[in-house]
Design a protein around this ligand. Structure first.
Ligand code: AMP
Ligand code: FE
Ligand code: FE
Ligand code: ZN
Length: 280
């Protein structure tokens, strides 16, 4: 089975509407796709409605922003109850932080580059999911850079001069809230932070708190980082996943670039409160 459990739609910083994402997944030959927009579940309804037509099964998910010693850590949540209050509140708090933090970054950027808050919002749509990718889009539209990647490589980098940290909750709280909502927590791309990221001891603590897996196969992980994730997962009794982290045209990542094994999906389905939505 061809399974890609981590993709983004235009409900966060991807460029495809959820239905279009499902169509692209069918074209790519995927049998199961996970829609994991940043800090929101709002893309689920449209993606769910496209399951029958596209023949692609849907795993309803979200990628939740956490903060650890000044680094952003992303925790994927699979098949959580969207109405469970603790997790819903945590995700809402993250959404409320985003426009404030983005305004601070855009105010600094607009002193040196020809972009305004309105330009950034034209790309973000919803202010509650605004992030650096939309600032990158505004810089591309203004002709400063040819692609999002070029903006991220310098101006928008986490160790760059315009960066403002998103003061999200700690990964431990995020993992506990996900489990409280019947979700299955997985650390996304654990080793790609340019600010150090989360260390092995903190991951061990998350494992004790109910973490399910580490995402090992990810385009931005080197072979060494993938091996390190597999070793650490084996040591801690965690599963491993692989995913594309597809963002439409917003990133080079192609659907199916990373895949998750069927037995790992089975365990996610068994532990998650929601069902995987299968076609037919
Ligand atoms: P933020 O949450 O606002 O700090 O932005 C982080 C987001 O930027 C992540 O969700 C990534 O999807 C996105 N991102 C990181 N690097 C790149 C890149 N090189 N090109 C496009 N998007 C990126
Ligand atoms: Fe993203
Ligand atoms: Fe991420
Ligand atoms: Zn992602």
């Amino acid at each position: 089975m061809f399974i890609d459990l981590h993709t983004h739609s235009a409900h966060s910083d991807g460029t495809d509407a959820p239905a279009r994402l499902m169509e692209a997944a069918a074209v790519a030959g995927l049998e199961v796709v996970g829609l994991a927009d940043h800090d929101t579940n709002t893309g689920w309804a449209e993606a769910s409605a496209a399951v029958g037509r596209t023949g692609v099964a849907l795993v309803r998910a979200a990628e939740i922003t956490a903060s650890w010693k000044g680094s952003s850590v992303h925790v994927l949540s699979y098949l959580h109850d969207p109405d469970e209050p603790r997790l819903a509140r945590l995700m809402a708090d993250n959404r409320n932080l985003r426009p404030r933090r983005a305004r601070a970054m855009v105010a600094a950027l607009s002193r040196d580059y020809p972009i305004t808050w309105e330009d950034v919002m034209a790309h973000a749509g919803d202010p509650k999911t605004v992030g650096r990718p939309h600032m990158a889009d505004a810089l591309v539209t203004a002709g400063v850079f040819p692609h999002r990647d070029d903006a991220f490589a310098g101006v928008l980098a986490a160790d760059g001069p315009y960066y403002v940290h998103l003061a999200a909750p700690e990964p431990l709280e995020v993992v506990r809230a996900i489990r409280a909502a019947g979700g299955v927590p997985v650390i996304a791309h654990p080793f790609i932070s340019s600010r150090g990221g989360i260390d092995d001891d903190a991951i061990a603590e998350l494992a004790r708190a109910g973490l399910f897996a580490l995402e090992a196969d990810h385009r931005d992980h080197t072979a060494g980082q993938r091996a390190r994730a597999r070793r650490l997962a084996a040591d801690l009794g965690l599963a491993v996943t692989g995913s594309s982290d597809y963002h439409g045209t917003g990133k080079q990542n192609r659907l199916g670039d990373g895949v998750t094994a069927p037995d790992v999906l089975e365990r996610i389905a068994a532990e998650g409160r929601l069902e995987v939505l299968w076609p037919g």
